[in-house]
Design a binder for this molecule. Sequence first.
Ligand code: BTN
Length: 330
Amino acid sequence: MDFTVVRKNLIRLLADGEFHSGSELSQSLGISRAAVWKQMSAIGDLGIGYSAVQGRGYRLDSPIELLDEASIRNSIDAGIHELVSAIEIHDVIDSTNNYLINQDRCGPGSGVICLAEYQTAGKGRRGRNWVSPFGNNIYLSVLWEYSCGPSALSGLSLAAGVAVIRALKRVVSDHFRLKWPNDIFWNFKKLGGILIEMTGGAEGPCRVVVGIGINLLLNPNKAKSIDQDWVDLTRITGGEVPSRNRLAGFLIGELMPVISNFENGGLDDYLDEWRDCDCLKDNPATVFAGSRQVTGVVRGIDHNGLLRLQLPDGNIRVFASGEVSFSPPV
Ligand code: BTN
């Protein structure tokens, strides 16, 4: 999608969530009022809700805090900056994960972070689409290069989940939960997710992209395609939209040590915290793994991060991957 400087400047002018008249906008941008109108409909296509009121002008449905590298860096803890080799912010991208996994980068690999205001083809797990309207949520990916092969990194997605929970708690003090393997939940509703992609040979080295999506303020009209209960941080706080730049900085601050240490430390350091946030434990559930469908009661995760499911005959079966369906207890 063509994203022009004019369009970005228009969003900047409207980001305060106040009314701005068509003539004020046309003067500030140096374009005609008809062109302002055309640009407004283009920003609507990005998923930004707005109203146009005769005699008052245009107003966004909610203010937007645009991503800003300096503000993000201000929220990254001292001592973590050396693990960050670059922060790239894109207005529009297909997918921050695609960008980092496909890119034939000449520069540094490990520690490149990509954030976007809008994803045209945001990816979820299992081929799902990740709803990614402009300016209100977090779409963040981290690239890291490991000398080991992918099999040594099997618990990384669980460890990343712990890092995300740590970051969320610094912004909103609440009990966030994890749904195996790596969904971020609150009150049995999905708040965010993690998508890890790897390339490289079985023996290593390998390139890994850890992609995080967190809903901060998701317009229900844009979320119609989501086929499960979802929530955003604004609903959790009761209406206060947390700062996106601050949360992005906290996510980077919590993720980087976990990602960079994983090759040496593995999952052990994160198991207790993961188990403390486990929203499936002791719940009846069905695991869909390939063409198999197995029903039982979830009995937590083992020391490798595999899901333990107790079958009706009392035996425990473990799963390395799969999709879990469960009904929240009433
Ligand atoms: C899931 O299905 O729960 C995983 C969702 C992961 C979404 C994030 S948004 C940033 C990164 N880029 C993508 O295309 N996907 C991940």
